[in-house]
Design a protein around this ligand. Structure first.
Ligand code: FMN
Length: 403
């Protein structure tokens, strides 16, 4: 398609799959590659989406409800539907980055998760959306962690998300994109063959008069400069991994609401309850962590069964349709978080593209609730699904050695 035709094309898209195709066309190869991510063979990233397709719906033929309730709360924060923007640290997709995502989420009444590795400062993001959950890794000395948390609290963040599952796994069989430390003239020249065939992306940056800034402003020390992405990554890698006592400390320092993201095992979910968290997300980091970890939707039922009456259980990984949201809720999730789906929307059409993705999920969820004969997302239950034998996987539910 010529650039002229592509400019004329209707910017609205009808599925997340189409947003992904447009993101692929619009973004330079290395930026698109960073969004697709995944680890090693990519079995987990694939299973996260494929597993949703293995679950079937059990629709009703009559007695449907004319109006359906999709709104809910997550850790006491209201949301117009059980979908939360998951924190992602990806620079260079769009010049407005997380601020555009936050505005889109605010316009659709949805909570915004902001990564500490994001490209925009927490103050700007909180100004764009009143309901921000700020995400941290276990990185740096304790006083530095406290300073970052307090900055987010002052900015107005409503909850802390601690993502602790990352194990620095490396390597993708299909190749990892090259990401520069910073963009100077030499880097720009070197990247030119990748960038020039994507005039739409280039134009978005050209209009701002800035090249992508690959720094991490939320990790800037008081009075200092924001570290580069790789500088921040180095600090994180060099920090000794947290114990359960550290999780408890983090939770006590922040208070509530506190979400522990990255739980795959029933025994970990129980320890999270003991550490005093308000919620967990059943998550394998979108298939970017230990490859061959099962899809999160397979892990959800056992975890929800074990701790769902004590804390809120969320899920992230592989959500691409409103029907996926309904399936996760039917199997015990309070809400889901989405990652790639909104990143592809952002790449395809900026803020409007993220709104487009949220509308697709809302429409699909509403259709599922309608077809299943339910009046509210809170009524969804396992009876609404066909769950094939052997689908669910319970990790860490035995009596193995604990730590
Ligand atoms: C490109 C990319 C960057 C991510 N960065 C972060 C991050 O900075 N912090 C975090 O907690 N999770 C991060 N995640 C994981 C997401 O929050 C979420 O767990 C995952 O994307 C969910 O899977 P999905 O992409 O299939 O929806 C990232 C995921 C992707 C794809």
């Amino acid at each position: 398609m010529s650039p002229i035709n592509s400019l004329r094309r209707n910017p609205w898209f009808e599925t997340v799959a189409e947003a992904r195709r447009r993101a692929r066309r619009r973004l330079p190869g290395n930026v698109y590659g960073a969004l697709v991510a995944g680890a090693e063979h990519g079995r987990t990233v694939d299973d996260n989406t494929a597993a949703f397709g293995e679950l079937g719906f059990a629709p009703r033929v009559a007695g449907h409800h004319g109006a359906r309730e999709l709104a809910t709360t997550v850790m006491g924060v209201e949301t117009s539907m059980p979908v939360v923007v998951s924190p992602t640290g990806v620079q260079a997709v769009d010049p407005e980055g997380e601020v555009a995502v936050a505005r889109a989420a605010a316009n659709r009444g949805v909570i915004m998760g902001l990564s500490s590795f994001a490209s925009k400062p927490v103050e700007e993001v909180c100004a764009a959306n009143p309901n921000v959950f700020f995400q941290v890794y276990w990185s740096g000395e304790r006083d530095v962690m406290l300073q970052r948390m307090e900055r987010a609290r002052r900015a107005g963040a409503k909850a802390l998300v601690a993502t602790l599952d990352w194990s620095f796994s490396q390597g993708r069989d299909w190749g990892s994109p090259t990401i520069p430390e910073r963009i100077d003239l030499w880097t720009a020249l070197r990247m030119a063959p990748q960038v020039l065939p994507h005039p739409g992306w280039l134009w978005r940056y050209a209009r701002t008069g800035h090249v992508p800034d690959l720094t991490v402003p939320n990790l800037r020390p008081p009075g200092g400069r924001a570290p580069t992405f790789f500088g921040a990554y180095g600090e994180w890698m060099g920090t000794p991994p947290p114990t359960w006592d550290d999780v408890k400390w983090l939770r006590e320092e922040w208070g509530e609401p506190f979400l522990l993201k990255g739980v795959c095992r029933v025994d970990d979910a129980r320890r999270a309850v003991d550490a005093g968290v308000s919620a967990i997300s059943v998550s394998n980091h979108g298939g970017n962590n230990l490859d061959t970890t099962p899809a999160t939707i397979r892990l959800l039922p056992a975890i929800a069964e074990a701790v769902g009456s004590e804390i809120e259980v969320l899920l992230d990984g592989g959500v691409r349709r409103g029907g996926d949201v309904a399936k996760a809720l039917a199997l015990g999730a309070r809400a889901v978080l989405i990652g790639r789906a909104y990143l592809w929307g952002l790449a395809a059409n900026g803020q409007a593209g993220v709104e487009n993705v949220l509308d697709i999920l809302r429409g699909g969820l509403d259709s599922a609730v309608l077809g299943l004969g339910r009046a509210s997302v809170h009524e969804l239950c396992p009876d609404d699904l066909h769950v094939p034998p052997g689908f669910a996987v319970a990790l860490g539910s035995g009596s193995g050695p604990g730590r």
